[in-house]
Design a protein around this ligand. Sequence first.
Ligand code: HEC
Length: 148
Amino acid sequence: MKRILKRRVLIPVFIIVFGLIQFKTIDKVNMVVPAEFGILTIETPPKEVGELISAACFDCHSNTTKYPWYSNIAPVSWWMKKHVEKGREKLNFSKWSDYSEEKRDSLRLKSAELIEKKWMPIISYKIIHPEAQLDEDQRELLISWMKK
Ligand code: HEC
């Protein structure tokens, strides 16, 4: 009885619901922001620092988000979109020119702090993106540049 319920009801219901939620897609269009408004142009970090920030932070904290293939699959897509929206709202490296001098300083300090604590990049992201896993030296490099 239990097995029949599972095969005849639960699995089909799951498949139908999974199919239906696919219709709720996410908006993956990145609003184009000229490079001169971004942190890489304004602060001109050393090449390696720039590459690390791009690889480890830009997917959520810039307008150059790269969406992988699984970002097409709900509910993973919704969850990723939330991260990008929240991340950009708090800190958008593409719109560095919008921030005042004080705001920039506080965002840099906060970045250094969160990298040090290994809270950024967020852990689920690091698991999927090996290029965003910072080793000790890379973390040190980023932290010291952010604190400058
Ligand atoms: C997978 C997405 C993702 C990545 C990658 C990521 N972040 Fe974040 N970041 C977030 C989200 C989401 C928040 C907002 C957290 C909250 O408030 O709940 C956040 C918050 C922050 C904040 C706090 C801003 C504030 O004013 O509170 C800083 C600073 C920050 N991130 C820096 C970084 C840095 C530096 C990197 C790269 C080393 C990075 N993040 C990588 C998603 C990400």
